[in-house]
Design a protein around this ligand. Structure first.
Ligand code: ATP
Ligand code: MG
Length: 402
């Protein structure tokens, strides 16, 4: 029997919903997908519940209609500047007298790592496992091996309860369950940076409308995540102010004529702002448009450079820096990013097998949610369901839902 699963990203510009069918062999087939403009968000956080909920519900309804089926539960992306990531570590001594590692030992190390609770008013949204170390050696699965001490680590992301609760309620209002919360950056990276790139070390930057999501992988594991509350909306806002035009026209100019840095030929060429050349329409030079964009784009990558500091190490990032999200479609953005970050940057591609109409950078998060959700992220010896139920039960309890 195949299984139907859903995914939702409540994006700042668009709410996106996907319906996937998982075959018995684990293969994933996207059978429905829809986006709806979302006016209920600012910088990745819900500011108008009813508008955000209406956009998500319309997208879900359309995706379900396309698929000819319905979903009972979804994976939900999480972003917003309220999120905070840190490494939690735990260790345990091997209990048996012959020093053979048992599942129990591993679980003690895990509990120790997850012991620290976030501050009042905050909850964990995502724990991402890092390598298991047995007597200072990285091992895939220590169970059955001989050793004295196990160390485990989790890159753990906590967030503001109010923000998490709003997102969960958008879904429960549609009578759906949330299978799991997944960090937007990690979802996007699952789609655009395969295991080889993650092992080589890479940084994935998802340029959204309200936020820029970052995830950095070292040796295959998450070493850092971050959310910067600057995105394409800021570029549009700057154009609107700088050229004194309404935001919808600024957005249109950006998408049709925007470049991340001006090129010499732009000097002579003018474009019409509204485009119908009627009274009220006027023209601006392409250079004026790209000058405004350039300043904001440089500033964004400077923030990223400062935020990452010494993590931006060419020796640790042999897989490179990859751009995705709707904003990555801006011509020339990878060159500007490369100059500011001092490392090669490229636009991310999708793996083969993703249908061309879905393989668009703005879909990286919602597609990645399905793929990440289907993978097993539990500790060796632990059932996937155990880990997830435990985590979501706790969340449901915290928020009084479920
Ligand atoms: N061709 C293009 N050139 C430049 N920017 C573009 C282009 N196409 C889309 N964008 C920008 O991409 C952004 C939307 O991207 P995306 O759909 O990934 O964001 P989102 O998921 O809705 O928002 P967020 O992740 O910030 O909550 C908008 O700011 C839009 O202007
Ligand atoms: Mg997004």
């Amino acid at each position: 029997m195949s299984k139907i699963i859903g995914a939702v990203e409540i994006g700042t510009s668009q709410a996106k919903a996907l319906v996937g069918e998982v075959g018995e062999d684990g293969s994933l087939n996207v059978v429905g997908m829809a986006s709806r403009p979302n006016e209920g968000m600012r910088k990745g956080e819900i500011v108008d519940f009813r508008k955000a909920a209406a956009a998500v519900h319309a997208a879900l309804e359309e995706a379900e209609k396309m698929s000819g089926t319905t979903v009972d539960s979804v994976y939900l992306a999480q972003t917003g500047a309220h999120l905070d990531g840190q490494m939690l570590r735990g260790s345990a001594f091997v209990a048996s007298s012959d020093n053979r590692v048992a599942v129990d030992d591993l679980q003690r190390a895990e509990s120790e790592a997850k012991r620290r609770q976030p501050e009042t008013g905050r909850s964990y949204v995502h724990h991402v496992r890092t390598p298991i170390v047995l007597d200072e050696k990285v091992v895939e699965d220590p169970v059955g091996l001989i050793g004295k001490k196990i160390d485990v680590g989790y890159w753990s992301i906590d967030g503001d309860d109010q923000a998490i609760r709003s997102a969960l309620h958008v879904i429960s209002n549609y009578s759906l369950e949330v299978d799991d919360l997944i960090l937007s950056s990690i979802a996007s990276a699952t789609m655009v940076a395969g295991p080889d790139l993650r092992r080589a070390g890479s940084l994935v930057i998802d340029l959204g409308a309200g936020v820029t999501d970052l995830v950095l992988y070292h040796q295959g594991y998450v070493a850092y995540t971050g959310v910067i509350p600057v995105g394409g909306d800021h570029v549009t806002g700057d154009l609107s102010m700088g050229l004194r035009i309404l935001e919808p026209y600024a957005e249109k100019l950006k998408i049709e004529h925007g470049k991340a840095s001006p090129d010499p030929s732009d000097d002579e060429e003018d474009v019409w702002i509204i485009g119908n050349k009627t009274i009220g329409d006027r023209s601006v030079s392409r250079k004026a448009i790209s000058d405004v964009i350039h300043v904001r784009v440089v500033e964004l990558f400077e923030i990223i450079r400062k935020e990452l500091g010494s993590l931006l190490d060419a020796n640790e990032l042999k897989g490179g820096i990859l751009l995705t999200g709707g904003g990555s479609q801006m011509p020339g953005i990878e060159q500007v990013a490369g100059k500011v970050l001092g490392l090669p940057v490229r636009k991310a591609g999708f793996p083969p097998g993703i249908e061309p109409e879905l393989a668009q950078p703005e879909n990286a998060t919602v597609l990645g949610l399905l793929h990440y959700g289907l993978q097993d992220h539990s500790l060796p010896g632990q059932k996937k369901d155990q880990e997830q139920t435990g985590f979501l039960e706790k969340l449901a309890h915290t928020f009084g839902i479920g």
